[in-house]
Every structure is written in C-alpha cells, then in structure tokens.
Design a binder for this molecule. Structure first.
Ligand code: GDP
Length: 451
C-alpha cells in the first residue's frame, strides 16, 4: 500500500454550535502551515494561544494551537490541532484558510488510516477507535479500550507464531520434491495445526459477546396482551416510547429500546402479546415474536398478577426459558393485596413490580444485571471479535482443516504449504499486517539444517 503524506485537514468535532471546535492537520507540510499561521513552529505538544489570521490578515479567532512532531503523533506524521470557539462559521473559515494554504480536505477515517499506514496501530486497533467512539456501556468501553491497546493483536501473535513454525517445517521440503515429510515433522505440524484451530475456535466464540457489547444484550419482553409489557418497557426506559393502550393486542410492531442496566447495554424488544387465540393480524405479530425470541439472549415474561390465570407460553418458547436467562415479571402488584401467588414457572425467578407506580423496578433492574453479569465475559479479558474478524477467522479455519486433511493423506507438501499460507493471509486480514520479516527469520532459522 502506498503511503500518502500530502497534508490533510478536517474538522474533528461535530459541526454545530458548542463551546469548542477542533481542527486537525497532518502530513508533510504541517510544519510549514503551522509556521505560516503561528509565525513560528511552537515546541511539540505545547499548546500555544494565538490570534488566527486568515491569509488576508483578517482575524478569524483566538485559538489554541498544538503541534505534534512525527513520529510521536496520532498519525505518525507531523500533525497539529487547532481549538477554536465552537462556532461552525469560525471553524469553516479556519478550515477554508488551511485549504488555501495547501492542505487537502481529509476523507472519512483518513487520520486513523494514516496511523495504520505509518505503523502506529494495526487494523484491529483502527477499528477499536470507532468502538471507543461508539461504546454505550462500561463493558463496551472497557472492551474497546482493550482492543485499542492491541488486545486482539496480542492474541493473534502466538497463533501466527505457531503457524509460521508449522510453515517453516514444511517449506524446507518444498525444494526437495523427492523427499517426503518425515513422520515426526508431520506430527509436529499436525500439533501446531490443532493448537491453532483451538485458538481460532476460542476467538470465534467471542463473536456473540462482541455483538452484545456493540448492540446490547437482546432481551425480549413476552406476555399475554394487556399484561403491561409496553408499560414496563416505558418504565424501564423512562419515557413514553412504546404505545400504551388499554385495548389488548396493540403492540403489533416491535418497539426496541436500548438502555443501560448497570455496566451492560440492554436491547429491550417489546413484542406482540402472546394471545392463545389470536386474530389473523395478531397471528402475524406472534410469528414475529417467535422469530425475535429465537435470537434473544434474555427473556422477561410479563404476567398480569391481578388476574388468576397462569401465563400462557407456547412450548417452543417455554423450552427457551432457562433459570440463568429468564425472569417472570409479576406486574400490576399495585392491584394485588397479598402476594401469595404460586411461582408461575417453577424453575424461573420472579420479581413483583408495578409498571404503573414504579414499585419493584429497581429490583427488576438488579435481577437483569444479575443475568447479564452471568452472560458477560470476564471483564479482565474482553477481547472480542467483530464480523470482519469472524469472516477472516472462518476462512482461516477452513484452510486449516484442508491442510490437516492433506497432511493426513500424505499429499504433496507444497499443497499443504499453500493452504497454510492461505491461513496466514486470512489471519493477516485481522491486524492488517503479518510481519514478513518475522516470517523470513523463522524460515531461515530452519534452512540451515544442512540441506
Ligand atoms: P401490553 O399489551 O402488555 O403492552 O400492556 P400495556 O402496557 O399496554 O398495558 C395494558 C393496560 O394495563 C394499560 O391500561 C396499562 O395502563 C395497565 N397497566 C400496565 N401496568 C400496570 C400496573 O403495574 N398496574 C396497573 N394498575 N395497571 C397497569
């Protein structure tokens, strides 16, 4: 990949009125641009207060300018930040002035792209920048920070080392087609392969939690029509988002809200009521409910506790209710004198609430946190993968199995080597760089076995 170093500039804060706006510059002409604007190039990393004057000498704003000397900058090149008053008009004028002084408008993500191209961060860290910006819960933020600090890259290293070791064993024999891979080398390579496969599977298993961190724990609210599902969602979310109505079966479309429960982001989905004898339109909603339930992580079954009838649950839903991921919410407790109700579902915990008055909602939140905690991963190891990583790992796993099969069938070593190189490439997609030098070192280290 070529390494552009032309000088780019952009507004780094959202367009709009605020206390401050920040503009960023990076590239080979940064020093010259800074010198032109500030009169001198200030010492690196020291904010300098100055009057920003346009090329025509007109005062645009008083600003703070900080110069970062490459390679000790975000992008690895000379870079600068200008903080001005958060007036979009001022920010735009300064940006136009920077462009008139030879900067080019930066494209989306171009600063982080430079950081990657200049070797400051790997690709998984570049993605983590976005994860940090978009994190919506403590856990998601902790995970994003781990990734930003190279957590996934570090997990990939031993895997790549193993792969290189396996490749090195094999590559030696490629130049000598008459020689078969000795049995002990075959065993060794197979060992490497199974270790790599294990690590790949472990990483792939983090994919679901990764999506939970980004999108929230999928929690479906189920219950008979009028049990108070929408009211409960509103109460939990703290707004009147869902349509609350005294007429049964009104929530035919899904209402989804994200809310923070303790350190977790929860994606709450209100579903159509589970009416046992539904009208045709309702039937559609119920089918969709079942679809949603199939993807859910947690279940809240809302029961109208003022009615004597037990909750109606279709068998396909009941089978999904497990003590660690389901709760019975006995709603309308304000209408109930004595709480002598038998457990609705014997193995599932139940919480008394009133969506109307708010009584019991804190207990419900704690119970949800409890389930989410059990669901979540160890907070000290929050390395998870995203869809792109999963795709690459899936490819790697396939090629690895192919290599294993070929080795076992004693097919020519170059075919095995070609599969393993494919694995290396697939793994390389995750960090965006497999250190070619490291690979050569390992290869040459085995070359000198006297052949
Ligand atoms: P859904 O069909 O399950 O979504 O039920 P809704 O949330 O639309 O509520 C149905 C009716 O029950 C509405 O009239 C609500 O005001 C009422 N309701 C909901 N929760 C409570 C509660 O905790 N106490 C009382 N007394 N009424 C409630």
């Amino acid at each position: 990949m070529s390494r552009p170093d032309d000088t780019i500039a952009a507004l780094a804060t959202p367009a709009g009125t605020a206390a401050l706006a920040i503009l960023r510059i990076t590239g080979s002409d940064t020093k010259a641009v800074v010198a032109a604007v500030a009169g001198v190039v200030p010492p690196a990393r020291q904010a300098r207060h100055l009057d920003y004057r346009g090329k025509d000498g007109a005062l645009l704003d008083d600003v703070l300018l900080t110069f970062f000397e490459g390679p000790h900058s975000y992008t690895g090149e000379d870079a600068a930040e200008i903080s001005c008053h958060g007036n979009p008009f001022i920010a735009q004028k300064i940006l136009e002035d920077l462009l008139s002084r030879g900067c080019r408008p930066a494209g989306p993500g171009e600063f982080t792209q430079r950081a990657f191209l200049n070797g400051r961060i790997d690709l998984s860290q570049a993605e983590a920048v976005m994860d940090v910006i978009h994190a919506r819960s403590e856990r998601a933020l902790a995970a994003a920070h781990q990734q930003l600090r190279g957590g996934l890259g570090r997990k990939m290293n031993p895997l790549v080392d193993d792969l290189l070791a396996a490749l090195a064993r094999i590559e030696v024999y490629i130049d000598f087609p008459d020689e078969d891979l000795p049995a002990e080398d075959t065993t060794l390579v197979l060992d490497h392969i199974s270790r790599i496969a294990l690590s790949i599977n472990e990483l792939l298993a983090t994919s679901h939690y990764g999506s939970i961190l980004r999108d929230g724990i999928r929690t479906v609210i189920l219950g008979a029509p009028n049990a108070g599902k929408s009211s409960l969602l509103n109460r939990l979310v703290g707004s009147d988002r869902a349509l609350v109505s005294a007429e049964p079966g009104t929530t035919r479309d899904f209402i989804e809200e994200r809310l923070l429960v303790g350190p977790h982001l929860v994606r709450l989905v209100d579903t159509a009521g589970l009416n046992p004898s539904p009208a045709p339109l309702e039937k559609l909603g119920i089918d969709k409910t079942l679809e949603r339930a199939a993807e859910a992580d947690l279940f809240l079954l809302v029961v109208d506790a003022s009615l004597p009838s037990p909750p109606v649950l279709m068998p396909e839903l009941r089978s999904k209710f497990r003590p660690e991921s389901a709760l019975v919410v006995l709603n309308k407790s304000d209408l109930v004198g004595e709480r002598t109700r038998r457990p609705a579902l014997p193995d599932i915990s139940q919480v008394w609430v009133s969506a109307l008055t708010g009584v019991g909602i804190e207990e419900l939140r704690s119970a949800i946190v409890g389930m989410a905690d059990a669901f979540a991963r160890d907070p000290t190891d929050l390395v998870t993968i995203n869809g792109r990583h999963a795709h690459a790992l899936g490819q790697a796993r396939e090629l690895l199995s192919a290599a294993e099969a070929k080795l076992t069938r004693e097919e020519p070593v170059e075919l095995v080597a070609s599969d393993l190189r494919g694995v290396l490439e697939a793994l390389g997609q995750i960090t965006g760089r497999i250190d070619g030098e490291r690979m050569l070192d390992q290869l040459f280290a085995t070359f000198c076995i006297g052949k």
